[in-house]
Design a protein around this ligand. Structure first.
Ligand code: HEM
Length: 362
């Protein structure tokens, strides 16, 4: 089955209409409550636990992980997240002859990824015959699609890996920024919107949406180049003819900064820019955090729901502040070739109940 056909089948369970179903959302909200319970003192890998439990809920509920409460499940998450072996694998793919020469030396520094616990989780889940109707596994088990057991397991493993670091790191960078004194007025405005609208659905809250979009614009979890082959016959791009099979690429980090008429002061974290009517079409056109087109992110609506539900639950009750052990250096974006992660591999924040927080911010 080719990629486009396969993707059409799977996309059904990631469509916004499916994500917005109560069984899907209730599962995310339950994990958001567990997250707050777990880390009233610190936010770190727990965001990755949250993303892990969220994506496995969508993949194979009721057989998903419970890493926010169960240490064994957390070990699975750790095995998949913070993967440093991508460089090695990409060199192997794009420069096989170079890899033959330096592969052995490389693997001394960058161990090839092995994920036996995660493999076991998906192999066992893919065997279940009773996944909930909203899950990806339920869709794949539909006899009409003739998918084999190993194929389903492999697909689930890919989606699981794709849904942990991305959502986890996206939240880390965003919550870190909201916790800085320079952004406290933004945190306050978000809290005010959330407290004034306790019964409004998370996807109808304008400022929450602006905060998430700006977070993903400034700190896209996959900021680097996404390579594609130019199709047969070549293509003319911006007046330049590019022959077929040339590798071209585009990257979120650049498209989010390149046109200062669309994103003035591009390095400034400024959610207000998303509220302006003028320029809306151009902002959406240049927003590339989830890429776009046939290879764009299938989990976009799930990721947005996870991010917004967690931010709603945290900022309607708490103020977040950087833990004193953290430094700016810990939170620099570390280049993982395609994805990024905080250099210190941690993001510790303090959650202070709003009723105790009498500070006012500009
Ligand atoms: C903030 C969170 C996320 C970001 C920023 C993100 C970003 C991206 C990007 C940029 C791509 C395109 C990669 C490429 O072109 O090579 C992609 C693909 C993909 N993403 Fe996400 N993603 C996120 C969350 C998720 C989640 C929660 C899932 C869970 C299912 C997911 C599943 C996938 C899959 C399966 C693909 C490959 C799609 C294909 O082969 O056509 N992502 N994602």
């Amino acid at each position: 089955m080719n990629h486009a056909k396969r993707k059409r089948i799977l996309a059904d369970r990631y469509a916004n209409s499916n994500i917005m179903k109560s069984q899907s959302l209730d599962g995310i909200a339950e994990r958001s409550a567990r997250f707050i319970e777990k880390c009233l003192q610190s936010v770190g890998r727990s965001l990755h636990d949250y993303a892990f439990d969220g994506v496995t809920h969508q993949l194979f509920h009721p057989h998903g992980s419970d890493s926010l409460r169960n240490l064994q499940d957390e070990e699975i998450m750790k095995q998949v997240a913070f993967d440093d072996s991508l460089q090695n694998r990409l060199i192997q793919y794009y420069w096989p002859s170079l890899h033959k020469l330096i592969g052995q030396a490389l693997s001394v520094f960058v161990k090839p990824r092995q994920t036996p616990l995660a493999d076991e989780l998906v192999l066992s889940a893919a065997r279940k015959t009773d996944p909930a109707q909203f899950t990806l596994l339920n869709r794949m088990q539909d006899k009409a699609y003739e998918m084999e057991y190993m194929d389903m397991a492999a697909e689930c493993l890919d989606h699981m890996a794709a849904g942990i670091d991305t959502t986890g790191d996206g939240l880390c960078f965003l919550m870190w920024e909201l916790s800085q004194p320079r952004s406290f007025h933004i945190q306050r405005r978000l809290q005010q919107e959330l407290m004034a609208n306790p019964h409004v659905s998370f996807d109808k809250l304008q400022y929450l949406d602006a905060v998430v979009m700006e977070g993903l614009r400034c700190f896209p979890a996959i900021p680097m180049s996404l390579p594609r082959y130019v199709p047969t016959g070549g293509r003319t791009i911006n007046g330049f003819f590019i022959p077929e099979r040339t590798i071209v690429s585009s990257q979120a980090y650049s498209t989010h900064r390149i046109d200062q008429a669309v994103f003035p002061e591009p390095d400034l974290f400024n959610p207000e820019r998303w509220l302006e009517e003028k320029g809306e079409t151009d902002r959406k056109r240049l927003f590339f955090a989830f890429a776009s087109g046939g290879r764009g992110c299938i989990g976009k609506h799930l990721a947005l729901a996870e991010m917004k539900i967690l931010l709603r639950d945290v900022y309607s009750r708490f103020t977040t502040l950087p833990d004193i052990t953290m430094s700016d250096k810990d939170m620099q974006m570390a280049d993982q070739l395609i994805s990024s992660q905080p250099r210190g591999k941690k993001c510790l924040l303090r959650l202070e109940p709003l009723e105790n927080d009498t500070r006012t911010y500009g």
